[in-house]
Write a protein that binds this ligand. Structure first.
Ligand SMILES: [Zn+2]
Length: 229
């Protein structure tokens, strides 16, 4: 699928078992999630889309009773396929609530946000989890922030990506370096955020594109991100 590239070095568990890797930097961590030890050859296969960095779990909001299933109706499935998500991505990140007609986005086992396909609902998205702070971001050389779940999955194929769902980036743990990628309609809002993040001494560079990241191909996404990174 996408090219895998080196993200950072971590301690190698195998080397450490044998008393080695004192500096804790033998294990290469790559963007597709695979691990490889430079020293002892220990490796672990990537599990594809693991570059999604969730906001720290907050508390559940809305008190919705969900009945989540892996069986999707045609409409939500078509909607996801339209953006080029694979079946494995769909079953990893989504469940379907057939009573509510909600497509529910799951991250690390938790329902985060629902997009409704019920014409009687008066809004499009329902937040299921209140999230505010990202922890442990210092380990990433840089992060891409996007607004929505499908964009996060697509950009996350190649780069560490964090879906914001409207959370203000300056409420988060300082990120050393980030790219904030929202569509053109949001750019006013985005500039404000970028400016405020300066005060926080975060280096957040905006990417302005005509469309949402999810509308672009892997190759286009790569060009956009590497273009400003
Ligand atoms: Zn090792």
């Amino acid at each position: 699928m996408s090219d895998s590239f080196w993200l950072r070095n971590d301690p190698c568990p195998k080397c450490r078992e044998n008393g080695g890797d004192r500096r804790g930097d033998n294990l290469g961590v790559f963007s597709d999630g695979h691990l490889y030890c430079w020293k002892c050859g220990f490796h672990k296969r990537g599990h594809g889309n693991n570059n999604l960095i969730p906001l720290a779990p907050g508390r559940a909001v809305g008190n919705f009773r969900l009945r989540l299933s892996e069986y999707f109706e045609k409409e939500p499935l078509d909607w996801l396929l339209k953006y080029g998500l694979s079946f494995s991505e769909i079953t990893t990140f989504f469940r379907w609530d057939n009573e509510k007609k909600w497509l529910v986005f799951i991250l690390q086992g938790m329902p985060i946000i629902a997009r409704t396909f019920n014409p009687e609902d008066n809004r499009k998205y329902y937040m299921l989890q209140k999230q505010n702070v990202i922890v442990g971001l210092q380990q990433y050389p840089f992060l891409v922030f996007v607004e929505d779940m499908v964009s996060a999955i697509k950009v996350g194929r190649q780069f560490p990506t964090c879906p914001l769902f409207g959370v203000n980036i300056t409420d988060m743990y300082p990120v050393e370096r980030g790219l904030l990628w929202l569509d053109y309609n949001m750019s006013g809002h985005m500039m404000k955020i970028a400016k405020r993040s300066e005060a926080w001494r975060m280096k957040v560079t905006p990417i302005i594109t005509e469309l949402d990241p999810k509308e672009y191909s892997d190759e286009e996404i790569k060009q956009y991100v590497l273009g400003v990174k």
